[in-house]
Write a protein that binds this ligand. Structure first.
Ligand SMILES: [Zn+2]
Length: 170
């Protein structure tokens, strides 16, 4: 998040601080390149089936060892829903179908700021009782409302969505 480039990624000249477009930014005096800090965009899924929700246990930081809704960053050449299908398949092996957009949350980690787009989704095809974990998660489990591990949840977006589900608002 605090990353500051010293050289122009377009032409290699040294960048300077200049006040442009309302604030100080790194600007290239040689080619005019302006370094805009862009938000990262992540997508996540509230996947439910027979009154249970699918959570993954994170195998990496931030929030390693905690449970979260399946989620991940969009690649630059992806659109949101295909990115979600890829992330869910990578982490859990499940095929899902988005049923609606739920919410958009601010995303803040030690390395990034951005937004996470949360969708509701349902499984398509067979629904394994014990989906395999892969990629950056080490466990995948279906949870009933009364069994949500509230003290071991990662991320406010996950807590917010699960609270709404517990209260019957989803
Ligand atoms: Zn340049």
């Amino acid at each position: 998040m605090t990353f500051t480039p010293h050289y122009c990624p377009r032409c290699g000249a040294r960048l300077h601080d200049r006040h442009v477009f309302g604030r100080m930014r790194r600007v290239c005096p040689a080619c005019g390149f302006i370094f805009f800090r862009d938000h990262k965009v992540a997508v996540g899924a509230f996947i439910h089936h027979r009154d249970r929700v699918l959570l993954v246990r994170r195998a990496v930081d931030p929030e390693k060892g905690k449970w979260a809704l399946p989620a991940g960053y969009m690649e630059y050449d992806e659109e949101p829903i295909p990115a979600l299908y890829r992330e869910v398949a990578e982490e859990t092996g499940l095929s899902v179908r988005v049923t609606r957009l739920l919410d958009v949350f601010p995303l803040r980690t030690p390395h990034a700021r951005g937004v996470i787009i949360m969708y509701e989704a349902v499984p398509e095809g067979p629904v394994p009782e014990h989906p395999p974990a892969a990629d950056d998660v080490d466990a995948v489990r279906w949870f009933r409302r009364e069994a949500i591990p509230w003290t071991e949840l990662a991320f406010e977006s996950t807590r917010h969505i699960l609270r709404r589900w517990r209260e019957g608002q989803l």
